[in-house]
Design a protein around this ligand. Sequence first.
Ligand SMILES: Cc1cc2nc3c(=O)[nH]c(=O)nc-3n(C[C@H](O)[C@H](O)[C@H](O)COP(=O)(O)O)c2cc1C
Length: 316
Amino acid sequence: MALPAILSGLRLPVVAAPLFIISHPPLVMAQCKAGVVGAFPALNARPKEQLDEWLAEITEELSAHDAKNPTRPAAPFAVNQIVHRSNDRLEHDLATCVKHKVPIVITSLGAVEEVNQAVHSYGGIVLHDIIHDRHARKAIEKGADGLIAVAAGAGGHAGTLSPFALVQEIRQWFDGPLLLSGAIANGGAVLAAEAMGADLAYIGSPFIATHEARAPDAYKEMIVKSRAADIVYSNLFTGVHGNYLKGSIVQAGMDPDDLPEADPSKMNFASADAKAWRDIWGSGQGIGAVTQITGAGALVERLADEYAAAKARLCG
Ligand SMILES: Cc1cc2nc3c(=O)[nH]c(=O)nc-3n(C[C@H](O)[C@H](O)[C@H](O)COP(=O)(O)O)c2cc1C
């Protein structure tokens, strides 16, 4: 199946993943102007009325950019909606996305037909993130247009499956838009994702170490200094397993090698865990590739250079 026009023709086949607390308009606009899809979770706009302002700002700024740079227009942007009972803003946030005709909506946790229909009503597309083939099938049944396979090693609520296993199973029955995430942090890995059968790479953690990211400097520095062995997979902080920086767990006074298990009944994705994300810093395993804090545009440049070099290497 051909990739929808909105996802093709990007400078690089990359969607910058939404990051709780961290992604905000300056980062999203820098990502889009650099030629990759920029994204943020709707919940990052607080209070909820701020979402309307953010969407107006991003839309206006990107169309002004396009008017000035007709040969190098900005990539489209995406808003992430947490479709879970703990998110009491969903109806409001979705209506605001419909009002602004947000081009791409990324849904996480729940696959709900009404959400997909609302986005389709104005011509938007929905990408749903999953960690298992079973969830992927359900998402497509409910009307999502594409899938984001979140494999082992990803930042945030990562899965445990190898990207090879996950992509191959999904590609047995689904030929629509497929994104792959999990520790993709250099241009060669973007090409590898395509070689495996994905259409685009979905990259989160490297964007934390950018000037535009809304993260404390110490967090950005820890991303630069840390490597895969410094990532801890635990369900303690939100009730669902995710990947976190060991250094931030130590800073919070806990022993990263001896964390208790969480109580799943306390799962909350919308508000109470904000504190957890603020103090316990999420990150995927790919950050060994991040050696300095740069602008988001420079990060995309690096990925594009590495992607071209990897392609040249493989094609002789
Ligand atoms: C700090 C942090 C916050 C995240 N917040 C969200 C979120 O709010 N919604 C979501 O769908 N995914 C979230 N994710 C997951 C990312 O969107 C993406 O799946 C992941 O970062 C990809 O793996 P990578 O970090 O190894 O590139 C978060 C990841 C990190 C590291």
